[in-house]
Design a protein around this ligand. Structure first.
Ligand code: M6R
Length: 613
């Protein structure tokens, strides 16, 4: 969480930093700040609130300087106010820092510094870091580069940092461990950011700093990179493939709406080149050499968080149903701390849009120590999970900027389906005709989603009826149980309405007590799967006065007679139905949130990329 941007070169730094922070605002948006270096002084401007609040505040301030650092914050230590906003100064005011991550031993470091006379203004761990750099620099009488390196050997935790020094207008120091950092390499200029989006319009050449590396970035010199244990590294320049269009709203009122409507295209992009048009053979290049390992694995353990965890559950159903491989789905945050049994013959598969989620990364590290095979399904190319795993497949959803995950979820299901179908085919656990039937259905998904998206107005009208509800229950069975969980998560995170997802049959073991004539219940009741059983569950709800919104298969008659509102989706193979049933739920949450005046792209307290525990 938190977004960081830095610039050094011949251009004016401030506009580049502000534009970059706006692109990174999905990472945190409770305060923002910049530090600009001109001649011999450091000008720090910061504000509580969004980057636009900082912009208004800075409108009549001095924003000159050709070197600067900027930060948009998601608070961890200290409330989101101006004092706790980054950048933070050293005690003597000669240094300034921006930081993304958490310094876990900041308290003991702070106490030791206080005993030496350091005084702190903020409640942040970051201010401790810059005071420590100042302290070591003065004590060792060394360069800033060396002081930062020495300090990073003392801190425990995660960081991506950039440090500037008064009087040094041609260079700064950057380092990372556990939080991402990309360096853009221009002609006589460098850019640093938490991801490539602030850099893309200036240069396509980037260097991904590795964990435990530190860089001296001087506008007139080659990058000088070493590890924090002082081993010189040679930078490897990657060429970015990201397009500028893909990170803009393209005529939509929000990124979330754009991303919901982009799903047919994202799915086509994710399928592209992976199904042979003639033989219908599936090829996932990234896991080609690991297919036998997956087939022979004792278990696949899926580790993920949030929406990606819901995709993992659908993956479990697909792998077990089609390829008869045993799967466990774990919350990465629980898995990493519960002393799990992991064997060499296990395949641990992390699913993550960002590829940077701290708990998922830690779960993989643990599995690595135990000798398991590590796989990843990620959206962000070059992020930490793909770099840590032995093999994996990208989702190709394109950048997902709305904090609420939509197209990442559908494309994760696509990759999981491709993997499960491929393994089933290879193992012979499905017939050839079943294989071809599923592939045909898979290829039809984008046009079926287009059809559902045309129901946007109908869904908006339903949203109008329920916008003032205070609780929602989402029910589903089989493949559509995880869709119920995801529907509930989407509603609560963007509209702040309490919502719970439940397996429909479990309702009678508790949640049924909640049902009265005020309680909206969203039920997924598509024809395949446990249709008759779900119909019985619907009757149980109806008998208690619940208000029902049902997602049904086109042409359904039975549920239509029972439910207050029905949204039809095209028929499909049961295992692929979540790709369809999930779309109306995304739109329902979107419209309800909008009608309640919520910011759908930047819901309160959340951040897109959770790089802290
Ligand atoms: O980047 P990841 O997929 O690892 O992120 C996992 C969760 O933080 C994420 O899915 C979160 O739950 C979203 N806000 C859901 O919309």
């Amino acid at each position: 969480m938190c977004g960081i941007v830095a610039y050094v070169g011949e251009q004016k730094a401030y506009p580049i930093i502000i534009k970059g922070l706006q692109r990174l605002e999905y990472r945190g948006y409770d305060s923002a700040g910049v530090a600009l270096l001109e001649n011999k002084s450091i000008e720090i401007l910061k504000q509580a609130g969004k980057v636009s609040d900082l912009e208004s505040y800075a409108a009549n301030k001095n924003t000159n300087g050709h070197i600067g650092i900027g930060h948009t914050r998601w608070a961890t230590h200290g409330v989101p106010n101006e004092i706790n906003a980054h950048p933070h100064n050293s005690g003597d005011g000669k240094l300034a820092i921006i930081h993304n991550g958490i310094i876990e031993n900041y308290d003991s470091l702070k106490k030791a510094l206080q005993e030496k006379g350091h005084q702190f203004e903020s409640d942040t761990d970051t201010e401790v870091l810059i005071h420590l750099i100042e302290d070591i620099k003065n004590h060792e009488n060394c360069s800033l580069f060396e002081a930062v390196r020495l300090v990073l050997n003392e801190v425990i935790g995660a960081y991506a940092i950039v440090v500037i020094e008064k009087g040094t207008t041609d260079e700064f120091i950057a380092a990372r461990k556990g939080s991402p950092l990309v360096i853009g390499v221009g002609e006589g200029e460098y850019f640093v950011a938490s991801d490539a989006s602030p850099i893309i319009e200036y240069t396509r050449n980037v260097v991904y700093l590795e964990d435990g590396e530190i860089a001296r970035i001087n506008k007139s010199e080659e990058l000088d990179i070493k590890t924090i244990s002082n081993v010189k590294k040679t930078p490897y320049i990657h060429e970015l493939e990201l397009s500028l269009d893909s990170i803009e709203k393209g005529g939509f009122s929000s990124f979330m709406l754009k991303e919901i409507f982009e799903q047919p295209k994202s799915i086509i992009d994710t399928l592209r080149g992976r199904i042979n048009p003639t033989t219908k053979e599936i090829t996932l290049g990234g896991i080609l050499n690991y297919e036998q390992k997956i087939i022979n694995a004792d278990r696949i353990i899926i580790v993920a968080c949030g929406t990606s965890w819901h995709a993992g559950l659908i993956g479990e159903y697909l792998f077990e149903d089609l390829s008869r491989i045993s799967v466990e789905v774990e919350y990465a945050s629980e898995f990493r701390y519960r002393n799990p049994i992991i064997n060499k013959n296990d395949v641990v598969l992390a699913i993550s849009q960002s590829g940077e989620t701290a708990d998922s990364l830690a779960a993989l590290e643990l599995a690595k120590e135990k000798g398991a095979t590590l796989l990843g399904i990620c959206n962000v190319v070059g992020s930490s999970i793909p770099r840590l795993t032995h093999a994996g497949s990208y989702t190709h959803a394109g950048p997902e900027i709305g904090v609420a995950s939509t197209k990442a979820f559908t494309t994760q299901i696509i990759v999981l389906a491709l993997m499960a179908i491929k393994m089933a085919h290879k193992k012979g656990t499905i017939t050839i005709s079943k294989y071809h039937e599923i592939i045909t259905e898979l290829e039809l998904i984008p046009e079926k989603i287009e059809k559902i998206l045309k129901k946007n107005d109908q869904i908006e009208k339903i949203a109008e009826k329920f916008k003032n509800a205070t609780n929602f229950l989402y029910l589903g069975r089989g493949y559509n149980f995880p869709v119920a969980l995801e529907g509930a998560l989407k509603l609560k995170e963007i509209s702040y309405i309490h919502a719970e997802g439940y397996p429909a049959a479990e309702m009678k073991h508790g949640p049924i007590a909640l049902i009265d004539d005020n309680m909206p219940i969203v039920v997924i009741a598509t024809k395949k799967g446990n249709y008759d059983k779900v119909v019985s569950n619907i009757q149980e709800v109806k008998a208690r006065g619940g208000r029902l919104i049902a997602i049904v298969t086109e042409g359904d008659k039975t549920v239509k007679e029972l439910a207050d509102y029905c949204i039809e989706v095209p028929d499909s193979f049961d295992g692929l139905s979540p790709l369809l049933t999930n779309i109306p739920l995304q739109l329902l949450s979107y419209h309800i949130a909008l009608m309640r005046g919520c910011n759908v792209d930047m819901p309160r307290n959340l951040a897109k990329s959770v790089t802290v525990e």
